[in-house]
Design a protein around this ligand. Sequence first.
Ligand SMILES: Nc1ncnc2c1ncn2[C@@H]1O[C@H](COP(=O)(O)OP(=O)(O)O)[C@@H](O)[C@H]1O
Ligand SMILES: [Mg+2]
Length: 242
Amino acid sequence: MALKNIKITAEQKAYYENHYIDLGMESHIYRNSPNTIIKIWKDEVITNSQKENKKNKLVKMYEKRLKHIPTIICTYSLYDVCVGYEMSYDEDDIPMLIAPLDRSSKLNALKEIKSILQYFIDEGVIYPDIKNDNILINNRTGNLTFCDMDNSKIDNLPIDVYPHYAARFFKGYGQENSSLHSYMLNLYTLTELTDTWQEEVIEGISQGEYQDMFTERGKVILKQMKQVTPKYTGEYLIDYIK
Ligand SMILES: Nc1ncnc2c1ncn2[C@@H]1O[C@H](COP(=O)(O)OP(=O)(O)O)[C@@H](O)[C@H]1O
Ligand SMILES: [Mg+2]
């Protein structure tokens, strides 16, 4: 079955935008029912052609039946432009940002994220924005969900807005492949294990910090992250924890 589209009016769109339960960089998140939410992209951030690109990517994710993401229910359009989509919502899913995890649960989650990212690569998906508010962990099951996948590269369909550090990585490395996952998950690993932010972690790497957290190979990865070049090997710090 093809992904359904629902036409909405300008009034409906304004209603969703004015009654959001959460706000992302690119969107308003509206709770449409106990177990669905609608994501409406911000007009001032996402152009109409990016919205169409996102729609094409949603269709691809839907057709691939991509796992580890919310179930995509339908798209919404206004004047024939896709403005957002509806997806499943589970009230037990909490963003990693606020999930109270101890160190060993964090390490398990980071290993699981690595394997989900490998699965995405196998499905032709590269996701550039690996960070704690885009990954949900289920309180009951411990399952992980990537909630912000419309900004991925899927087959030949491009990323819409490059996250800052992903753009910096791309500049040094020069290719769009699984190494982007490695770099972004490595940053994420450091933010999780030190309870800091990406910005501080970038500063810490450039100061030569974090050496005592990793085995010898991990130290090599940290060095590669200091000044990214096309020789970056795409390895994961999570495999070299001391
Ligand atoms: N399906 C979902 N289930 C639960 N929370 C969600 C879901 N989708 C989004 N959220 C929440 O809304 C926030 C913003 O959504 P996100 O898709 O990341 O938007 P943006 O693309 O604007 O960053 C997320 O950080 C998350 O907390
Ligand atoms: Mg987000």
